[in-house]
Design a protein around this ligand. Structure first.
Ligand code: NAD
Length: 494
């Protein structure tokens, strides 16, 4: 069986690792390869390589860094099919969906191609007689990224292009369930002309994560994953003085008003709830039907959910692939069962779905639960699978109050034909990313991505201008030419 190694200092290596974990093909339900799990000494090796590379990368010109990013962007385009195949084989998502995440990730590289503009400092002329002030930003050093399984390429791309373009060197610890995409990315960076040691991949589990969090040679950690681990990462890494951005889980609500085009809303809700088998941090897992919208909305959703074609992600014509592991499949099935037990109406039941020719695959069909209430587990838990719950409310205000009482605040959407409710919704809802008739409002690369409340621990959203800020720190320089006599009073302008 193939063993997926680390990538340190421009080369594939086992370093000192001996432990491994199986990497599954979720459609077959069987391991397709194994991945090395790093020991703390392997993290040391990667950090040492990145630290050495920083000495020169830090000094590289903006045009040199930009040139690498342009070349890397072209290689991502050229290798799109190969990357999509790798993603689908380890994650399970359909190829079109995998291509979608590559395109959205590539947009971050395009933003990084314009880093010269994003890094411009400020200049104030003549703040005092013969005195000017200017500010500029410098990289932090060696920074690390720890990423989840559900976007094997896009989420790491939220981090490393900006970190590297701003002059840092990077150590990535991808999810051990989907390690292969990061390996190809490392090779593409090398082909693009990135010097050895600037981008490193260390595969591993909690042992590697803890070594990163505690490592004195790492200046900052970017984390994306579930909320409990985001809290853990934030607490442990800030305790050792690191800058941390930690994005957590979600329970995203889409509110549907009676004045919405219900066919349009149901169409988008179906794609947003069941696309990628519901394993997106911006997936809609709760539909909030306002007033008379409820019955008709549920009828259309039922029709659409039943029409979804489930099968292996690499086979043409499938809308939805398997979930990532057998444990995830069992969690989804258990959530639907618990929903029924606690009083929800199971309108579409995906629990018994079987896919011909793939008896051991981690498949589970779309499930639609109606009359979900906030006390039920199906409402409170992040199921992270193809389950859409419908909560019925009477007014927009009730919908807003429901969302605001939820501990998560990643994304939300409103479907309506009227601007008044949409405007009130976007002003009052306590959520970081909002869609108006757009179900998955993932911001473009030149904005930043980040939720509120338990969906973002700490205060730093990811990529875009916030990414540039996160991976750099500011200097402010006050200059006077020529020299004149110093006074003993505190400096003020004159
Ligand atoms: P996860 O939290 O289990 O794992 C994320 C990373 O943390 C992985 O690299 C993993 O190896 C590591 N990890 C796992 N357990 C650990 C532990 N006990 N100690 C130290 N490190 C540990 O998340 P996942 O299952 O890979 O991904 C799904 C989760 O990620 C969902 O909750 C989803 O909402 C969230 N997510 C959030 C966003 C966002 O932008 N907010 C984006 C994508 C995914």
């Amino acid at each position: 069986m193939k063993t997926i190694e680390h990538w340190i200092n421009g080369t594939a290596t086992t370093a000192g690792s001996t432990r491994t974990a199986p990497v599954y093909d979720p459609a077959a339900g069987r391991p397709r390869s194994e991945v090395l799990l790093a020991e703390p000494s392997d993290v040391d090796t990667a950090v040492a390589a990145a630290g050495k590379a920083f000495e020169t990368w830090d000094d590289s010109s903006l045009s040199q860094r930009t040139k690498v990013m342009f070349a890397f962007r072209e290689l991502l385009v050229r290798h799109e099919d190969e990357l999509a195949g790798i993603i689908s084989s380890e994650h399970g998502k359909v190829l079109d969906d995998a291509r979608g995440e590559i395109v959205r990730g590539r947009e971050i590289v395009e933003y990084a191609c314009g880093i010269a503009d994003a890094l411009k400092g400020g200049f104030s002329d003549q703040v005092s007689r013969d005195v000017d002030v200017h500010s500029f930003r410098q990289p932090l050093g060696v920074v690390a990224g720890i990423t989840p399984f559900n976007f094997p390429i896009m989420v790491p791309l939220w981090m490393h292009p900006i970190a590297i373009a701003t002059g840092n060197t990077f150590v990535l610890k991808p999810s051990e369930r989907v390690p292969s995409a990061s390996r190809l990315v490392a090779e593409l960076y090398a082909e693009a002309g990135l010097p050895d040691g600037v981008f490193n991949v260390v595969n591993g589990d909690k042992v590697a994560v803890d070594a990163i969090l505690d490592h004195p040679g790492i200046a900052a950690v970017s984390f994306v994953g579930s909320t409990p681990i985001a809290k853990y990462v934030h607490e442990r890494a800030t305790a050792t003085g690191k800058r941390v951005q930690a994005l957590g889980g979600a329970k995203n609500h889409a509110v549907v008003l009676p004045d919405a085009d219900l066919e349009y809303a149901a169409n988008h809700l179906t794609a947003a709830a069941f696309g990628s088998a519901g394993q997106r941090c911006m997936a809609i897992s709760i539909g909030v039907a306002v007033g008379s919208a409820g019955d008709e909305l549920v009828e259309i959703l039922k029709r659409k959910a039943t029409e979804i074609k489930v099968g292996p992600g690499h086979e043409d014509g499938n809308d939805m692939g398997p979930v990532v592991t057998q444990a995830a499949r069992e969690r989804v099935i258990g959530s639907v069962a618990l929903g029924a037990e606690q009083g929800a109406t199971v309108v579409v039941d995906g629990r018994e779905l079987r896919v011909d020719g793939h008896p051991e695959g981690f498949f589970v069909g779309p499930s639609l639960l109606d009359h979900v209430t906030p006390e039920m587990s199906a409402y409170r838990e992040e199921i992270f699978g193809p389950v859409l719950g419908i909560v019925r409310v009477s007014t927009v205000d009730e919908a807003i109050a429901l969302i605001n009482a939820n501990p998560y605040g990643n994304g939300t959407a409103i479907f309506t034909g009227g601007g008044e409710a949409a405007r009130r919704f976007q002003r009052e809802v306590k959520v970081g990313m909002i869609g108006v008739n757009v179900p998955i409002p993932v911001p473009m690369s030149y904005y930043s991505f980040g939720g509120w409340k338990d969906s973002l621990i700490g205060d730093s959203p990811i990529h875009g201008p916030e990414g540039v800020r996160f991976y750099t720190r500011a200097k402010v320089v006050t200059t006077r030419w020529p020299h004149s006599a110093a006074g003993f009073n505190f400096p003020t302008s004159s």
